[in-house]
Design a protein around this ligand. Structure first.
Ligand SMILES: Cc1cc2nc3c(=O)[nH]c(=O)nc-3n(C[C@H](O)[C@H](O)[C@H](O)COP(=O)(O)OP(=O)(O)OC[C@H]3O[C@@H](n4cnc5c(N)ncnc54)[C@H](O)[C@@H]3O)c2cc1C
Length: 548
């Protein structure tokens, strides 16, 4: 007789799996923020996307892609260089779905111009939902769409690659980009001696006819199976930006030699390489000596995506925690009905609602910036601030979400352990926290009048909210201090919370009032759940976050 190990007991009082849900329709704060920012016409598209990405099958792909991380194949069996990275099929399936949905290109026309209308907000909602399932594969997705902005500085190169970038077919074959159905792009800036300070790059570019030969290294270069990279290197006239494809025009493999893959805390489905260039073929993008000015256009967009992804990760943490608390009973009562747990979850729901409203408002400014100078100023000042705050709050938030689920939150079968490991990277890459605050100061010093006008607009949009006028006065006073660098984190945090209150006030004023009362008007505890809400307010926040 065989022994049935489950025969002695049933798994009682466990929450059912949180899967096969519509990540869009079940998220009212998202639906309303998208609609407020002029993208309600995409409801069906978003709901279809939300059902697909909320399915058990996609969750399984996310798990497999992370439990089977990419492997570097440096050489073949005969000792020839191969420099290929192999990914699990689940990773390719995630890429296929993201590319089919246009997350890598839909904000551009087929000629590489901004697509306009609400394309940023429409795409951002998809990015936000995909991030709830698997963030590692989003690295090449975000870099591909962002690279187009930098390639705009070199119209002849842009015109060649845009037809392939504009495709919605994912093509993982290792072949010259010009022969492929679709392509992805990466970015190589960081070197051993400096990531923030890219002016310290020592990689050299030597002009060779119409092209350049590049020699040197990059200490971090993610998604190494991209078809081409935008790379910074020192040319005769200074630091310059280059388009470096995996294959030379004659079809031979370019001299891009991967040394190792990083062994990372999280972000495991994504490969991040250390790489040497050995006279690698490349084309210049933009003028010689203007490399930072060129590539910063790409970085502005990847920073936007860091914030969206972190908001998505927190949304996922909240939804899993809330779902669990509604099913798990402790002392004859569901956790979600225990007053203290209700306060914790409601406080977390308020944070996510504010982050969601804020990132969608930011994406709206990207939509409007080409035609509206006030929105361009909003985008310039707030992009680093939003990246700073939203990304920095994610690790602590996810830890709290994990704790709401007790021990189940801490184990690897659930998604929260992965989200938690994933969260810090969005604050580190594409400009770390201090660098974001310095960038806010830079915007203020270079375009001071425009920045002051943005602050004034935030004052208008938060009129009547408790604590808002004092917060705005503090921001202005502190950012304009001669020693503002020393206190920039405090000022930027206040600035971005004011912007969050303003964004939320447009979407759902009662919750903007709660946000202002608990974040702007009073000294905030460092813990979620310490803010005082009535039971009705808590229920309002939670029912809005996830229908029962
Ligand atoms: C998983 C992963 C993948 C990555 N992928 C890529 C990639 O594909 N391409 C690429 O180019 N890079 C990539 N990076 C590198 C990343 O962009 C850098 O690590 C980041 O920009 C920080 O640079 P750094 O590591 O050299 O740190 P540093 O520049 O040495 O910074 C260290 C710390 O000092 C702070 N700091 C810097 N300047 C100042 C200042 N003036 N005042 C106060 N504080 C300051 C920073 O905020 C940071 O906290 C990746 C990193 C990670 C972790």
């Amino acid at each position: 007789m065989t022994h049935d190990s489950s025969a002695t007991h049933a798994a009682l009082n466990q929450s059912p799996a949180f899967e096969d849900i519509d990540l869009f329709a079940s998220d009212r704060p998202l639906v309303e923020a998208v609609a407020l920012n002029e993208a309600s016409s995409a409801y069906i598209e978003h709901s279809d996307f939300g059902q697909l990405w909320g399915s058990a099958a996609m969750a399984e792909r996310g798990r497999l892609a992370n439990e089977n991380p990419p492997k570097l194949k440096t050489f073949d069996a005969r000792g020839n260089r191969r420099d290929e990275v192999e990914f699990h099929p689940a990773y390719h399936e995630l890429m296929t779905h993201s590319v089919e949905a246009g997350i890598h290109n839909s904000t551009w026309t087929k000629h590489g111009k901004p697509a306009g209308r609400a394309s940023e907000v429409i795409r951002a909602a998809k990015f936000y939902m995909a991030a709830q399932v698997e963030t590692g594969h989003l690295c090449p997705i975000t870099m591909t769409r962002a690279a187009v902005a930098a390639l705009g500085s070199q119209p002849d190169v842009l015109a060649q690659v845009m037809p392939v970038i504009a495709s919605r077919s994912y093509d993982p074959t290792f072949a010259p980009w010009s022969t492929k159905r679709g392509m992805t792009l990466g970015m190589g800036m960081t070197e051993k001696q400096g990531g923030t300070d890219v002016r310290s790059n020592i990689t050299r570019a030597i002009s060779d006819g119409d092209a350049y030969r590049i020699s040197g290294h990059k200490w971090f270069m993610s998604a190494p199976m991209c078809d081409a990279f935008l790379v910074l290197a020192q040319a005769d006239d200074g630091l310059s930006c280059f388009f470096m494809p995996r294959f030379r025009p004659d079809g031979s493999v370019n001299a891009i030699e991967f040394q190792r893959l990083k062994d990372k805390l999280g972000n495991r489905s994504n490969a991040s390489s250390e790489v040497e260039f050995n006279d690698a073929y490349a084309l210049r993008v933009g003028e010689e000596g203007k490399g930072i000015r060129t590539i910063i256009q790409m970085v502005q967009l990847t920073r936007q995506d860091c914030a969206i992804a972190s908001a998505g990760l927190m949304r996922s943490g909240l939804a899993h925690a809330l779902h669990h608390a509604r099913h798990r009973s402790v002392f004859q009562k569901h956790l979600a009905d225990q007053p203290m747990m209700q306060s914790v979850l409601a406080d977390m729901a308020l944070h996510v609602e504010a982050c969601t409203a804020l990132v969608m408002r930011l994406c709206h400014s990207f939509d409007r910036a080409p035609e509206d100078p006030a929105e361009a100023a909003w985008m310039r000042l707030l992009t680093p601030a939003v990246k700073y705050w939203v990304c920095k709050t994610a690790p602590g938030f996810l830890y709290e979400a994990m704790e709401c689920m007790g021990g189940n939150g801490y184990v690897e079968e659930g998604i929260l352990a992965r989200h938690y490991r994933e969260a810090p990277v969005n604050a580190i890459w594409e400009g770390s926290g201090n660098v974001m605050c310095l960038d806010v100061l830079r915007a203020l010093s270079r375009e001071g009048d425009a920045a002051i006008a943005v602050l004034q607009a935030l004052v208008d949009d938060t009129r009547g909210l408790p604590g808002a006028p004092d917060t705005a006065a503090f921001v202005a006073r502190t950012l304009l201090r001669p020693d503002s660098e020393r206190v920039a984190r405090q000022a930027v945090e206040s600035l971005v919370m004011l912007a969050a209150a303003a964004a939320l006030n447009l979407v759902h004023p009662p919750h903007a009032e709660l946000f202002a009362k608990t974040r702007l008007d009073s000294a905030r505890s460092t813990m979620y759940g310490a803010a005082e809400f009535t039971e009705a307010q808590s229920r309002g926040l939670l029912d809005r976050a996830l229908p029962r």
